[in-house]
Design a protein around this ligand. Sequence first.
Ligand code: HPA
Length: 294
Amino acid sequence: MAPLLSPTDEARAAAERIAELTGRDHHDVALVLGSGWSEVVDGLADPDTAVTIPARDLPGFLAPTAAGHRGTVTSCLVDGVPLLSVAGRTHLYEGVGTAPVVHPAHVAGAVGARVLVLTNAAGGLRGDMAVGDLVLVRDHLNLTGRSPLTGSLFVDMVDAYCPRLRAAAAGAIGAAESIESDDPTADGPTVGNAGVRPAEGVYAAMSGPQYETPAEIHMLRALGADLVGMSTVPETITARGLGLGVVAVSLVTNLAAGVTGQPLDHTEVLDAGAAGSARLTAALRALVPSVART
Ligand code: HPA
């Protein structure tokens, strides 16, 4: 079926500027690096292939306001696959509307990507989850009360997180994690799913910026959520409208409110990303070529 959406004019203008500045007029995969994931961009590229542009120099991007979001766009090759990565998201809670939130998805479409890889930090709701786990999003609950779409755009959301790409991503992350866990020099934590295929889960998107109450976490569990966060869902909806395949990976940065009895704070979220950055880099270095070639 033909896509219901086309990239916005601003996204096409950004793609043109990216092509001028990087010499690459096509990227197979686009990647959005969420809270705690920004460090990954440094280690992802094949040697001497990365060109980084401040996002504010490109049409449609806003300077990020949340700590841990860099505000850069990088074009590189990963195992020969042209990748465009955006380090720094705009969130619904910033109050600037949905257009800047989903701009990276439109840019992904405009640079020719077939696959959009979304990463995020999330609270884990399941008893078998630990800080540092990577979890592939299988489905989502849009509890933001918002959609990035307006008008009669009846985008299909069955298998929004493509099962075929998800299987490829799971295999790649599992292989990378087992190599990392054998590496005595790796700086990753020992917690997590090292050596096994990552878990899958349902991601509940809240509009934030406040974290949830224990009662809300209780409600989310009853609704079938495994993960909770404040991003990803608007981008997924837009990417599906544009006809892109979507893979989303959550890093469990904390156990959700009320699970441990401890208060939540944003530095905990960023610390979990920094502690695992070598693992996250290895996981994405494996995942990007794998989903591009699936
Ligand atoms: N709740 C909402 N968003 C989050 C969380 C959480 O517990 N952790 C990281 N992002």
